[in-house]
Design a protein around this ligand. Structure first.
Ligand SMILES: C[S@@+](CC[C@H](N)C(=O)[O-])C[C@H]1O[C@@H](n2cnc3c(N)ncnc32)[C@H](O)[C@@H]1O
Length: 278
């Protein structure tokens, strides 16, 4: 029987471009949990512009480079969980839906990743629906875009474990947890976009916490290539998983590393490519 390793989880923050991820060893990550900049959402236009991506196709081509890096970083059987929302936007006078979840799915499948049943994340709100249309008259109104996707992909076949593997059994979830987490619609309130999380597109801790407990075992390694405020990293460390976060924006990166607690969590704060990273 394999003994569960009671090691202090390690958080590694990397300042750099996730399209390259030069310092992450191939097949060293068990789970990726992430939320990219969303194509066609104005908040992220500047960042895609910095990548030289000005159209929907080009934005997704840039993101696909990150999905490729994630695939390479994953162990066989590892899971890639991507939170992305579609966008509604007028371009050249035409108002339409930009289906990001479709493009991300096609890109990941083209990389040989296998699609698994996805999650629809519906954020409960006290505000009335942001209805787009004219009163109660058909036929030109739009359905409210009030769900985001959590797309799930696996690298190859399911992982195998020795019988009665200690770490796996210690990571088990309860039946009530399973009943909620493995249903397709999640009702989880969105993160407050203030303080450190102001205009960062941060997701609430409950999203990575559920995914980490569903798809990894204690002592394993979780990667977020778009670390932002580090929500995935803190969730992983709390759940006794190691975490690696990559962030391209120096200000966000500094804010992120300032939050890494010195005690309990072994840290390494490095630029991409620095020799201290394995
Ligand atoms: C939607 S936010 C992620 C928010 C994060 N889930 C959280 O809870 O804080 C996307 C992040 O990806 C970063 N980013 C964009 N392009 C990147 C790249 N090529 N490599 C690494 N990070 C990148 C952005 O600066 C931004 O902080």
């Amino acid at each position: 029987m394999r003994k569960s390793r009671e090691r202090i989880p390690e958080i590694r923050a990397v300042l750099g471009d996730a399209r390259k991820m030069p310092s992450i060893a191939p097949a060293s990550v068990h789970l990726v949990v992430t939320s990219p900049p969303y194509p066609m959402i104005p908040q992220w236009d500047e960042q895609f512009g910095a990548w030289g991506a000005h159209g929907f196709d080009a934005m997704h081509a840039r993101l696909a480079e990150v999905w490729r890096s994630c695939r390479d970083a994953l162990v066989p059987g590892g899971i890639l969980a991507i939170n992305v929302g579609d966008a509604l936007r007028s371009i050249d006078g035409e108002f339409r839906l930009w289906p990001n979840h479709v493009r991300v799915t096609l890109a990941c499948e083209a990389l040989g990743l296998r699609s698994l049943p996805y999650i629809l994340w519906k954020k409960p709100t006290n505000r009335p629906n942001a209805f787009l249309g004219s009163g109660f008259l058909p036929p030109n109104a739009y359905v409210t875009l009030d769900c985001e996707f959590i797309l799930l992909f696996r690298k190859g076949s399911p992982r195998r474990f020795p019988p009665r593997d200690d770490a796996r059994y210690a990571s088990r979830y309860t039946k009530p947890e399973r009943d909620i987490w493995f249903s397709q619609v999640w009702s989880v309130r969105g993160a407050r976009q203030d303080g450190v999380a102001r205009r960062t597109g941060a997701f609430p801790p409950e999203i990575p916490e559920r995914l980490i407990r569903m798809f990894s075992v204690t002592g394993e390694t979780v990667l977020d290539p778009f670390a932002g405020t580090g929500t995935t990293l803190w969730a992983a460390a709390r759940l006794r998983r190691n975490a690696i976060g990559v962030e391209i924006d120096p200000e966000r990166y500094e804010a992120l590393v300032r939050r890494i607690p010195a005690e309990r969590v072994a840290t390494s704060r490095s630029r991409a490519g620095a020799p201290s990273l394995r």
